[in-house]
Design a binder for this molecule. Structure first.
Ligand code: PHB
Length: 357
């Protein structure tokens, strides 16, 4: 019970009741892009997390890349998310929303036939999950410098919308091969202008987004998620250690409240090697570790001082009362992968708590 994982933590201006974070997870249960009553129930059930980070929510119609994902840019979306934030807050929970733009990991089917956009015209190997099943990714259209500026403004607008909806803050999704990550890594960014080439140039878009969002809602309400070695979505970089150390240092100067690091690769090892402790050292704020942690390893990284918070994905998906289960060293529910993406309450809000068992 003295486990560090159950101790409280001051994250910016909010107090987290424990150091367990629910990691963002796409669940595809928002058919019209607004947060539904079922989504409110799902997050409400998980409010005992120290901090919930929602599934990715697109910042604009251009940002969408999957069926039935929510957005956070129009009035109906803002109104719908108020139900979620109120439910979580009523239980003393805290909740950030993840701001998402998929870039090339999308499909013309989501854009009335137009091409998805990206830093460079480089097609990702693999397939998009569309309303009509799996379809090959396409070669994206290259963004102009003016368009990049307007996407930065979309992030700013989405962050303002998130605060209106009652969120405690936002997480800028710069991980897992989506638009910002496409700028960061040289496997997907071959631009010759201010947004490509050097580490400074490839990092420019992330820093512009972070600066704009911080300017809008305040640095204590803004976190950033990166995935230095994740090969998912056909991502690679020729020198990831230097790149991500540069990113951690550059972000540190802007003082977002946390750096959330996916420390593993979701598929294979094509993303290279990075010493995560160097990122922890380079970034002065809160460090959230994520990727395959269990209770023992989570406690260990916290007590070793190598992280401040630990984010759990699948364990929170399948165990709404995960903190209580860790406290009791109770068994965890079996996970049903077939219900991860899309569907109804089954595999979403029907995972039992210990009390219900
Ligand atoms: C997914 O849908 O599998 C997914 C979405 C967003 C991520 C990672 C994975 O950041």
């Amino acid at each position: 019970m003295n486990d560090k994982i159950f101790s409280s933590y001051g994250l910016g201006s909010v107090n987290l009741s424990n150091r367990m974070v629910m990691a963002p997870m796409t669940r595809n249960r928002a058919p019209d892009g607004t947060a539904t009553a079922l989504m409110t129930e799902y997050y409400n059930q998980r409010a005992s997390a120290g901090l919930i980070i929602t599934e990715g929510a697109q910042i604009s119609t251009q940002g969408v890349g999957y069926p039935a994902t929510p957005g956070i840019y129009n009035d109906a979306q803002v109104e719908s998310w108020k139900n979620v934030t109120q439910a979580v807050h009523n239980q003393g929970g805290k909740i950030f929303i993840q701001l998402w733009h998929c870039g090339r990991i999308s499909h013309p089917d989501f854009h009335a036939g137009s091409l998805p956009v990206a830093p460079s015209a480089i097609q990702a190997q693999g397939q998009a999950f569309t309303y009509e099943g799996m379809k090959d990714f396409v070669t994206p259209r290259v963004l102009s410098v003016d368009e990049i500026a307007s996407i930065v403004d979309d992030y700013r607008h989405a962050a303002a919308s998130a605060i209106q909806a009652g969120f405690d803050g936002v997480e800028i999704h710069a991980a897992n091969g989506y638009l910002i990550d496409q700028f960061l890594r040289d496997g997907s960014n071959q631009r010759k202008d201010l947004y490509g080439g050097s580490l400074e140039n490839r990092t420019r878009f992330l820093l512009e987004v972070t600066t704009a969002v911080i300017g809008e809602i305040g640095s204590d309400k803004v976190g950033v998620r990166i995935s230095p070695i994740n090969a998912f979505n056909d991502m690679q970089d020729s020198a990831p250690q230097a790149l991500f150390e540069h990113i951690a240092m550059a972000l540190s100067a802007l003082k977002p409240v946390y750096l959330h690091v996916v420390e593993v690769s979701m598929i294979g090892e094509g993303g290279g090697n990075v010493d995560m402790s160097s990122l922890r050292k380079a970034f002065a704020g809160c460090y959230i570790a994520n990727g395959g942690y269990d209770k023992a390893r989570g406690n260990m990284i916290l007590s070793d001082g190598k992280a401040d918070l630990v984010a759990y994905g699948i364990p929170f998906l399948a165990n709404p009362d995960l903190p209580e289960r860790f406290k009791q060293d109770a068994a965890l529910n079996d996970v049903d992968q077939a219900t991860f993406y899309g569907g109804d309450a089954h595999g979403y809000t029907d995972y039992p708590t210990l009390a219900a068992n």
